[in-house]
Design a protein around this ligand. Structure first.
Ligand code: GLN
Length: 452
């Protein structure tokens, strides 16, 4: 019981209000120093640690990650995990060696909070080489614990209460909670699935120009648009935004004085000649773009947690401050290995994309044979599918059936939409897996065919 009182006292100290006591900030500090026993606080209403009193209102507006929950379910039911997007194959030997060498040579203390010089130099070099963007590694880069931290640190650094952030939907599930945590309100713009999906060409996910314009225009006394989050190549749809689409987004950002925050983590995973374009490379965007990327997907090291944000100096400064107090820094030896990773030759990326194309073309026919309608991705390593052939009431019931009865974990489509019904006949599969894993999935999918 004493523990509970002490916890309550500390929370009171930070929030400046302890419900039920009317105690001031300074008197709470005094209480915390004295560690009073429960008996000496007769006027305090006993609080259970389950009480909402102890919780931030923000956490009521989102749930735990559905993607990561599906991984736990895959483990529980012994299912093939095609839910969470992490490779089940080895990372390149040369970068693992670089990590081992960094540890052995005692790169084991904090790096500079905003990132080791070697890694920042390598990021700047790559941005120049791949996208023609000049970056000052001393003033324009923050290395974070994964692009996940880079995204939330960026939003915390740029958003105020009353800001709206435009997000294309379906969206990677982190963006909603990230916006809420930063005090902003997400405003969704639909990406519409291609009409034809079964032919080899597939079709494009598209958006309505007018709907996007309205999202930028939307302004009330309460809300104004601060930024657009752009994820290309896109998770979960596999869409790769074209130059024409990016130019339209650029024009809106400039017209309405809005920032672009881009998640480009799948930049090297592209199919059939799709080309990745960083919006920061377009005229007028360099000063209003925060470009986020990381090691996870390009080098198959999702557990290393090394990502970064590239932004103009004033915004970089703000992100650095948030990042410093959130995490201090990303793992130092893995940042050195990251510098080695970013120095791999161009052939590495060609082979990476080709291997993912093979995996995509391994999984899609098996899914189609089982009765899924597949939206063929142009980039990234997921395939969104339509499940209406199976006659399930919704995606969550279907995913639960699939993991328990068929032995395959996928991600329910609703977790990529604000309104669950919009994704209720979709599920996402990740194909960043070994051929054996995809073979096993194909075998298990045969059990499903009869139900389609
Ligand atoms: N980006 C991956 C996915 O969408 C993994 C997400 C995560 O768990 N950080 O599945």
């Amino acid at each position: 019981m004493l523990e509970i009182i002490v916890a309550a006292t500390f929370i009171g100290t930070y929030s400046g209000q302890l419900r039920g006591t009317g105690a001031s900030k300074s008197s709470n500090t005094a209480i915390s120093k004295k560690f009073l026993s429960y008996a000496s606080l007769p006027s305090m209403t006993p609080l259970s640690t389950h009480s909402k009193h102890f919780l931030s209102d923000k956490v009521e507006h989102f749930t735990e990650s559905v993607i990561r929950d599906m991984t736990r379910q895959a483990m529980q039911y012994g299912a093939v995990n095609l839910a969470q997007g992490f490779p089940d194959f080895s990372a390149p030997a040369e970068i693992k060696r670089a990590a081992q060498e960094a540890i052995a040579s005692d790169v084991n203390q904090y790096a500079i909070t905003w990132g080791s010089k070697n890694l920042r130099n390598a990021i700047a070099r790559q941005m120049k080489e791949w996208q023609g963007i000049e970056v000052d590694p001393e003033r324009e880069i923050v290395v974070c614990c994964g692009s996940t931290e880079a995204m939330v640190a960026t939003l915390l650094a740029v958003c105020n209460k009353g800001d709206e952030v435009v997000v294309f939907e379906p969206f990677y599930e982190n963006y909603g909670p990230d916006a809420i945590l930063s005090g902003a309100k997400p405003r969704f713009v639909s990406l519409r699935p291609p009409q034809s999906s079964s032919d080899n060409q597939g079709g494009e996910w598209t958006f309505d120009e007018q709907e996007l314009r309205e999202a930028f225009q939307h302004k009330t006394t309460q809300y104004q648009t601060k930024a657009i989050i752009l994820n290309t190549p896109n998770n979960p749809t596999g869409k790769v935004f074209t130059l024409k689409e990016l130019e339209l987004i650029r024009d809106l950002c400039v017209e309405y004085n809005v920032l672009a925050i881009t998640d480009e983590i799948y930049e090297h995973i592209l199919y059939e000649g799709s080309k990745h374009i960083s919006i920061a490379s377009l005229d007028g965007m360099r000063d209003r773009t925060i470009t986020i990327n990381g090691l996870s997907k390009s080098y198959s090291v999702t557990g290393w947690r090394v990502g970064w944000a590239v932004a103009p100096p004033a915004i970089t400064n703000a992100i650095r401050k948030v990042h410093d107090f959130l995490t201090v820094g990303a793992p130092a030896p893995l940042q050195e290995a990251g510098a080695a990773a970013l120095s791999l030759p161009a052939s590495y990326y060609t082979e990476l994309a080709e291997r993912y194309r093979t995996r995509r073309d391994h999984l899609i026919p098996a899914l189609e044979k089982a009765g899924f309608r597949c939206y063929r991705p142009r980039g990234a390593y997921y395939v969104m599918t339509d499940i209406s052939n199976f006659g399930f009431a919704n995606d969550v019931e279907f995913a639960s059936f699939l993991v328990k009865e068929i032995g395959i974990a996928c991600v329910p489509g609703s977790s990529f939409y604000k309104h669950p019904k919009d994704g209720s006949q979709q599920v996402r599969f990740a194909f960043c897996k070994k051929p054996e894993t995809l073979d096993e999935a194909a075998r298990r999918l045969e059990k499903l065919q009869s139900r389609a």
